[in-house]
Design a protein around this ligand. Structure first.
Ligand code: FE2
Ligand code: FE2
Length: 372
C-alpha cells in the first residue's frame, strides 16, 4: 500500500499524544437494555468476510466513464477541465476516485480507533458489547477499502486536512459521547451519504458491492449512535448541550470543506485555489455537498442537539430540508439493498456460492476437522 501513495508516508506520519481518557469498568454484568442487546446480537449475526463475500476477480477500469461519470468529477465543466484532452480527463477521474476512496479508508481507520476507544470509555456493559462488534466491523471496512485502493486503483492519497482536524478533536476528547458524536454522527454520517451516491451511480459491480455491504453495517452503527446518545443527551445541562452543539457546527463546516478535493488539484499541478473556488460555487457541486448532509441533519435533530446555533448553521449551509428524513427508514433500505445486491450478483455469477450463515457453519466444521 505504501508504494501507492501520492506523497511518501514519511512525510505524512501522524501520532496523536493522548490526553487523559477515563476507562470505565462496570460490575453490573446483567443489566442490559433490550434494544442495545438486540443490536449486539445483530452485530454478531451479520458479520461478513470481505475475502469471501466480495468478488475480487473483477478489475474496474478507473479511467472508465462507466465507473465514475464525467459529471461526477468536481471540476467537470470548469475552464481547466474543458481544455483537457480525453486521456487527461481520464487521469483526473482516476485520481479523484483514488482520493475519495483514500478518505473513506482513513475515515474507517478513525472509526476503528474510535469504536475500540468506546469499548473502554462507555459506562454500560451493553454498549461495550455492542461497540466490540462495531470494532470488528470497522476493521473489515479498513481491510476492504485498503484492498480496493492497493489492488484495483493502485493509487492512494494521504488524509485530507479537514478530516484530520476533525479526527484529532474526536479522538483526543476524553468523553466517550464526543468520540461517538464526532465519528458516528458526523464523519460516518457524511461518509454514508457519499457511499450511497457511489452505490447508486457507479456502473461498476465491485465498487457497487463494496459500498452496499459497508453501508449494511453502518445501519447498525447509526442505530447505536442514536440510541446511546439520545439516552445520554436527555440528561445534559444547558452548558453541556451548548458545548456539543458548538462541536456539531464546527464539524459540519470542516466536513463540507473536505469535499473540495484540494489535494488532487494540487497534486496534478492545476491551480488549486481557482479550482476550489469553482467547486465551492458551481451549482452541481454545491448540491452534491448539501446531499452529503442528508444523514447528518435528521440524526442531529433526533438526538436532541437542535439549538439555535445548530439550526442557523444548517440554514446557512442550505441543508435544513433534510431535518425530517426518517433515518431508520433509510437504514432499513440500505440493509435491503445490500441483501438484494448480494442475491443479484450471485445470480449473475452463475450460481457462484455466496457464503451464508449455513455455508459459514460448513466452513467452520471443515476448519475444525483440519485442526484435528
Ligand atoms: Fe465503517
Ligand atoms: Fe461505522
Amino acid at each position: 500500500m505504501e508504494r501507492r501513495y501520492t506523497v511518501p508516508v514519511e512525510q505524512t506520519g501522524w501520532q496523536l499524544p493522548g490526553r487523559e481518557s477515563t476507562v470505565a469498568f462496570t460490575w453490573e454484568y446483567d443489566q442490559g437494555r433490550d434494544r442495545m442487546l438486540s443490536l449486539y446480537q445483530k452485530g454478531k449475526d451479520k458479520q461478513w468476510d470481505t475475502q469471501h463475500r466480495i468478488d475480487w476477480s473483477h478489475d474496474p477500469d478507473p479511467t472508465d466513464q462507466d465507473v465514475v461519470p464525467d459529471e461526477v468529477v468536481p471540476i467537470f465543466g470548469s475552464p481547466t477541465w474543458d481544455k483537457l484532452s480525453r486521456a487527461d480527463k481520464d487521469r483526473v477521474r482516476h485520481h479523484y476516485m483514488a482520493w475519495t476512496n483514500s478518505q473513506f479508508l482513513h475515515g474507517e481507520q478513525g472509526a476503528l480507533i474510535c469504536s475500540a476507544k468506546i469499548v473502554a470509555t462507555v459506562p454500560d456493559l451493553d454498549s461495550k458489547f455492542y461497540a466490540a462488534t462495531q470494532t470488528m466491523d470497522e476493521a473489515r471496512h479498513v481491510e476492504t477499502y485498503a484492498k480496493f485502493l492497493d489492488e484495483k486503483l493502485q493509487l492512494a492519497y494521504p488524509i485530507n486536512s479537514s478530516l484530520q482536524a476533525l479526527l484529532d478533536t474526536t479522538i483526543s476528547d476524553p468523553r466517550w459521547d464526543f468520540t461517538y458524536l464526532g465519528m458516528q454522527v458526523m464523519i460516518e454520517g457524511v461518509a454514508l451519504a457519499a457511499f450511497s451516491m457511489i452505490r447508486d451511480f457507479t456502473g461498476d459491480p465491485l465498487a457497487k458491492s463494496i459500498n452496499a455491504y459497508v453501508m449494511q453495517d453502518e445501519a447498525r452503527h447509526i442505530a447505536f449512535g442514536r440510541l446511546a446518545l439520545k439516552d445520554a443527551y436527555a440528561e445534559l445541562t444547558e452548558a453541556e448541550r451548548a458545548e456539543r452543539e458548538e462541536f456539531v457546527v464546527e464539524a459540519s463546516y470542516l466536513l463540507r470543506d473536505r469535499f473540495l478535493a484540494r489535494e488532487v488539484w494540487d497534486h496534478l499541478g492545476f491551480d488549486a485555489d481557482e479550482l476550489c473556488a469553482y467547486v465551492d460555487h458551481h451549482q452541481m457541486m454545491t448540491e452534491f455537498r448539501k446531499a452529503l448532509f442528508s444523514r447528518v441533519v435528521p440524526t442531529v435533530k433526533d438526538i436532541g442537539l437542535w439549538g439555535p446555533k445548530v439550526q442557523e448553521a444548517f440554514v446557512d449551509m442550505g441543508v435544513m430540508q433534510f431535518q425530517d428524513l426518517d433515518v431508520q427508514e433509510l437504514s432499513d433500505n440500505d440493509e435491503r439493498i445490500a441483501e438484494e445486491m448480494e442475491a443479484l450478483l450471485a445470480d449473475r455469477a452463475g450460481g457462484r456460492q455466496v457464503p451464508t450463515a449455513g455455508s459459514r457453519a460448513a466452513e467452520l466444521a471443515e476448519t475444525i476437522k483440519l485442526g484435528e
